[in-house]
Design a binder for this molecule. Structure first.
Ligand code: C2E
Ligand code: CA
Ligand code: CA
Length: 652
């Protein structure tokens, strides 16, 4: 009977305490019933027991039940006031044992000590005492020890007494008292077992409930945390930001900081992804150290972090925090003993300056971050409404550009390239224009970089190749056309094939086409680029190096790659006559080109003086507003005709 000895081992769980409390709650009413029973017994025995003994017994019994009743009332008030505290005392259980013996004592005495003479008084006594034993132990059954002690205190002495009294059926009475006792013990035991099982089930339920709750909390936490760095993720960040933005009255002073690590890709490429991850973790912890408690740090993805910082009430506080963030991320990182410096660009949106939603604030901070990136890295920028306007314009360009090809809005302009000795028109450079339905004729600077970003470089480039070949095929056989290929286009593996197809379908001989590439294309030493250039050369297309002198001017590729032409950037041409260095540079480039067996084109000739100097420096070809503006195909055809006639007139 584990439950009997288990009193000490019982978990003093809240359920168990609740059982004790429920007994305590029932006690005042039970004591009232107890007192009524005492008084009824007194009346029943008034003729059978001598007065002094009966009065003593009655007073004794009433004193006990009053004592127990008052104690339980007092405990109840104490219990209520200490309800919040963790009361692990075992006193209530010990009191229950004591009270059960005390309450049993009057009935035990009554059953044991009374020696009556009237036969049916025995029956009344036994009925009364057994009834009290049964009802009391049922009440006490949640505490089995108390219940059994109570029943034993009443019934065992009664049974013992019945063995010795002189009534005819005294042995039967003794046996009855004992069997009642045994029956009660059985009842209490089974009650206690059920209670213990129930308790265990409740405990188990509580445990699994707790496990469930913590699992759910863990899942929720994981869903809100960035797995790599342990800071919040985008979801958690947006949740906080939207709450703040929605509750404007409560939280007007805060700022959103968008942080993008500079040169992070380089770390990944040079040291591998594990090192990249380590840098991200270190960056997250540096950011967390810079911000205040209560600010939220999140990784939005890749190498982008964000912070929602409280008490950002003006530009000064915003800029101070932004500077701290930039400088924390500028400090070198150490990867396996190697010093790595990255840095960061930070964009700030200040909430109290605008009426924006959480999403809008993040976009504003993002735009400010881009602005700080283009202003030079390792810097910060606070959002200005102008930034949004330029983005809106950009979005409009993006949308229009997608349909520009299909709507025939793209056009090629042609700028003449002239021989500087004989003034003959050697050819044209094709320059793209977008005839925008609302904004008029747009130069390439306003849309080509966007085309690259939205993945339209090859579509537009392909169109340029075809249109240029088709136009050139209509011109005399000594006119060469040059087309510009961006680094992105030349790195795609089908550009040579496209050129070949365009040449075939237009019927233009390959030697009348020239491809202009920039130093950037060659510098990356990309195998696809080099392969495509080789194929183009094999086709018979010539290659010109554009904007020479502005890039890295690492001259090694000039030797390793067979170029046909070098185009001197207009920067040097514009300085001719103004700085001695320009003359020197133009002279050396011309000499270098001669050694490499290349021809030279001077770009951007605007004045007669520049033209004369270039002639004096023996530059072979020239291009510029002075010689001819970029013009539509029809004008270029007329220009050709008039140029030819001029040349004819000169030679005549
Ligand atoms: P670029 O290849 O250096 O082309 C020469 C640019 O200089 C042209 O600008 C031309 O209009 C301008 N220019 C010519 N002569 C003078 C002059 O005397 N003074 C001044 N200030 N400028 C002069 P544009 O047409 O705006 O083109 C700009 C750039 O866009 C080009 O520079 C070229 O890199 C790129 N581009 C043009 N068309 C295409 C194309 O079809 N595909 C690709 N990928 N890029 C193109
Ligand atoms: Ca060019
Ligand atoms: Ca150029």
């Amino acid at each position: 009977m584990k439950f009997l000895h288990d009193e000490g081992g019982w978990k003093w769980s809240s359920v168990h305490k609740e059982q004790l409390a429920s007994i305590a709650r029932a006690t005042p009413a039970a004591m009232a019933g107890y007192a009524i029973n005492v008084l009824l017994a007194t009346i029943a025995f008034s003729g059978l027991i001598r007065w002094p003994a009966l009065v003593l017994w009655t007073l004794f019994a009433l004193a006990i039940c009053s004592f127990v009743g008052i104690r339980s009332l007092r405990n109840r008030t104490n219990h209520r006031t200490s309800a919040n505290g963790r009361n692990t005392s075992r006193r209530p259980a010990r009191n229950a044992l004591l009270f059960s013996v005390l309450l049993a004592l009057p009935w035990s005495l009554l059953g044991t000590l009374w020696t009556g003479t009237v036969a049916n008084s025995e029956v009344i006594i036994v009925a009364l005492v057994v009834g009290m034993a049964a009802s009391g132990s049922v009440l006490l059954s949640p505490i089995p020890a108390a219940a059994i002690l109570y029943a034993a205190t009443i019934l065992i002495p009664l049974a013992v007494k019945c063995l010795f009294i002189t009534l005819d059926n005294h042995l039967i009475l003794a046996a009855l008292a004992l069997s009642y006792f045994m029956f009660l013990v059985g009842l209490i035991a089974s009650n206690a077992r059920i209670f213990a099982e129930r308790l265990e089930a409740v405990e188990k339920l509580k445990d699994s409930f707790a496990a469930l709750v913590s699992a759910r909390e863990e899942t929720e936490r994981a869903a809100m945390t960035d797995g790599l760095t342990g800071v919040a993720n985008r979801r958690a960040f947006m949740a906080r930001l939207n709450t703040l933005a929605a509750d404007r009255d409560q939280s007007p002073e805060y700022g959103v900081f968008y942080i993008d690590l500079d040169r992070f890709k380089g770390v990944n490429d040079a040291f591998g992804h594990a090192a990249g991850d380590a840098v991200l973790r270190m960056a997250a912890s540096r950011i967390a150290k810079v911000v205040r408690d209560g600010d939220l740090v999140a990784r939005l993805g890749g190498d982008e972090f964000a912070v929602v910082a409280q008490e950002i009430c003006g530009r000064a506080t915003a800029q101070a925090l932004a500077m701290r963030l930039v400088s924390a991320l500028c400090d070198p990182f150490f990867l396996e003993g190697q010093r790595v410096q990255i840095g960061a660009s930070v964009g700030v949106a200040i909430a109290f300056e605008s009426d924006s939603t959480g999403d809008q604030l993040l976009t504003q901070a993002d735009l400010a971050m881009y602005a700080s990136k283009s202003a030079g890295r390792n810097a910060h920028c606070v959002f200005e409404p102008d930034m949004l306007r330029s983005v809106e314009e950009r979005q409009a360009v993006e949308q229009g550009l997608r349909s520009a090809l299909a709507k025939n809005e793209l056009e090629l302009f042609f700028q003449p390239i002239q021989g500087l000795t004989k003034n003959e028109i050697a050819g044209f450079e094709c320059l793209i224009r977008w005839r925008h339905p609302l904004r008029g004729l747009l130069p390439p600077a306003q849309f080509l970089s966007i085309a690259d970003e939205i993945g339209m470089a090859n579509d537009i480039g392909g169109w340029v190749i075809e249109a240029a070949c088709a136009q050139a095929a209509k011109w005399p056989s000594d006119v060469v056309v040059g087309i510009n290929l961006s680094p992105l286009q030349i790195a795609s593996d089908d550009v040579a094939q496209r050129v070949e197809r365009a040449l075939k379908s237009s019927g233009l001989p390959a030697n009348r086409l020239e491809i202009e590439i920039t130093e950037t294309s060659l510098l990356q030493n990309d195998p696809v680029t080099l392969d495509q250039l080789k194929r183009l050369k094999q086709l018979g297309v010539s290659i010109a190096l554009d904007d020479f002198g502005t890039g890295y001017s690492s001259l090694s590729y000039l030797v390793s790659f067979p170029l046909d032409r070098i185009k001197i950037d207009r920067l040097f041409v514009s300085q001719l006559g103004r700085s001695r260095e320009s003359d020197l540079i133009v002279r050396s480039i011309t000499q270098l080109a001669r050694n490499l067996n290349c021809t030279v084109v001077a770009e951007g000739i605007e004045t007669d003086e520049q033209l004369q100097r270039l002639r004096a420096l023996h530059v072979g070809f020239g291009q510029g507003y002075l010689l001819g503006m970029p013009m539509p195909a029809t004008e270029a055809t007329e220009f050709l005709a008039s140029g030819k006639s001029k040349a004819l007139a000169q030679s005549a």
